[in-house]
Design a binder for this molecule. Structure first.
Ligand code: SF4
Length: 447
């Protein structure tokens, strides 16, 4: 009988995957496992995978190869895979590739013991018990399978920040994206379930509630959720990811003015050219996006704006890319997550379009946007000089604390780990591209 079992979860990808890993941890803790500080100490290693780009999947193959070597030293070690790669592997091709990659590396046998879609998480204790023939692992109490995986209350990685998944899957079918295939169609949680989970996380100490969904504002009660969370005592901040421009309706835009909603919005645009947007199936035009930004700035004039952009989408010409550059300037973004188009098997862009923009040209376009962003963000950050911003402290290293302002700017200042999870005021004395440096103004340390 195995005793004192330990697990290690390795998470790749977006905030949704991180939130899913918090549920995996909660379930394993309830089944008597402990979290191992390093993989070498674990009896169970689970990799929560991301499929957004080929590089993300390649990292998973590398991790599995490395972890499978541990199995030679520790035969009872279970190695599992969940997340987007397991979710989108409808014909078993990815699973087979894991095996062949490992056998090519000289590791024979079946190094992947568990391979499951995240929605099958409630079955995990049983799956583990079956592998180990261990009756003490395998309980789901206090959950039932009927509750589904979202019924499991997450174990927050940071007690001061609670992620509440309000929606799973996506039905938008942007032509480049694997999410609808990996996570299925959009399903929205009830208002009651969302509020109950938010209140539970606040009781555990959460000061910030992050609402998560693939097109989070397409939840039919999204504005109402923001309003209700604004009323929960103990919540200091609310934020959400990722929003879809199509669903920035007047009531959602009005809700951005709520006192606890952060002064930051991440609104992926992907391209500034109508033809490219049409081929991406984004369902809005350049002008519509610009109109939304104008409306948002009427409600929150100094909001920090972030976006996602894909460069080198099939058929994107230099002129079409210039439309993206000009849109970037018009929107005056604070930040953009710029990605080079990566064809994903199974998506409609993969089937319908030739990946015809050269690698060098894609990289050139990516660099143009990166340089533009760096200039923009430095100019925008300088306006915080001499201002006092509110910071939720995330960590401390070598005598410096760091955290995020309400504009989601990273702020660094002198302090120690007693401040982690606290909300403090910091006067900014220096602005850089990727951080603001300052001095704390309102915290008295106990001697
Ligand atoms: S909205 Fe589009 S990009 Fe976002 S998850 Fe859905 S399909 Fe993917």
């Amino acid at each position: 009988m195995l005793k004192n079992l330990k697990y290690k979860i390795v998470t790749y990808g977006c905030q949704m995957n991180k939130a899913d890993s918090e549920r995996i941890e909660a379930l394993l803790d309830l089944n008597g496992f402990e979290c191992a500080s390093k993989a070498e100490d674990a009896d169970l290693i689970l990799i929560n995978t991301c499929s957004v780009r080929q590089t993300a999947e390649d990292r998973v193959y590398g991790a599995i190869y490395n972890f499978s070597k541990l199995k030679k030293k520790k035969p009872h070690l279970l190695l599992g895979v969940t997340g987007c790669m397991a979710g989108r592997d409808k014909n078993g091709a990815i699973r087979n590739k894991f095996f062949s990659a490992l056998n090519n590396g000289g590791i024979k046998g079946g190094p992947i013991d568990l391979f499951f879609e995240i929605t099958d998480l409630p079955k995990l204790p049983e799956m583990i018990a079956e592998k180990w023939k261990n009756k003490t692992v395998g309980s789901l109490a206090p959950y039932s399978k009927k509750m589904g995986y979202l019924g499991i209350v997450p174990k927050p990685a940071e007690w001061w920040r609670g992620c509440v998944v309000i929606q799973t899957g996506c039905s938008k079918y942007c032509t480049y994206c694997v999410v609808p295939y990996a996570r299925g169609s959009e399903k929205n949680r009830s208002l009651g379930a969302v509020l109950k989970e938010a209140r539970t996380l606040v009781k555990k100490g959460a000061k910030e509630i992050i609402l998560l969904g693939q097109a989070v504002n397409s939840h039919p009660k999204f504005a109402e959720i923001l309003k209700k969370i604004n009323q929960i005592e103990g919540v200091n901040r609310t934020s959400f990811a990722s929003a879809h421009p199509m669903h920035m309706t007047p009531d959602v835009i009005r809700a951005l003015a709520l006192s606890k909603v952060v002064n930051y919005l991440h609104l992926p645009v992907q391209s500034g050219n109508d033809e490219v947007l049409r081929k991406m199936n984004r369902n809005y035009t350049r002008e519509k996006y610009l109109q939304i930004i104008r409306r948002i700035r009427k409600v929150r004039p100094d909001i920090a704006l972030a976006t996602d952009i894909i460069v080198g989408f099939p058929g994107e010409t230099r002129k079409q890319f210039q439309d993206t550059v000009s849109l970037y300037k018009k929107c005056d973004f604070d930040l953009s997550y710029n990605a080079i188009y990566s064809p994903r098997t199974g998506t409609s862009a993969y089937k319908a379009f030739k990946d015809d923009v050269s690698r060098e040209e894609k990289r050139r376009r990516w660099r143009v946007l990166q340089e533009l962003m760096e200039r923009n963000v430095l100019r925008k950050n300088k306006k915080y000089f001499n201002q006092t911003v509110e910071v939720l402290v995330d960590g401390c290293r070598a005598g410096n604390c760091y955290g995020l302002s309400r504009e989601y700017k990273r702020v660094v200042f002198k302090g120690d780990k007693r401040l982690i999870g606290e909300i403090v005021n910091v006067k900014i004395i220096k602005a850089k591209e990727w951080e603001l440096n300052g001095e704390i103004t309102n915290y008295e340390y106990e001697k």
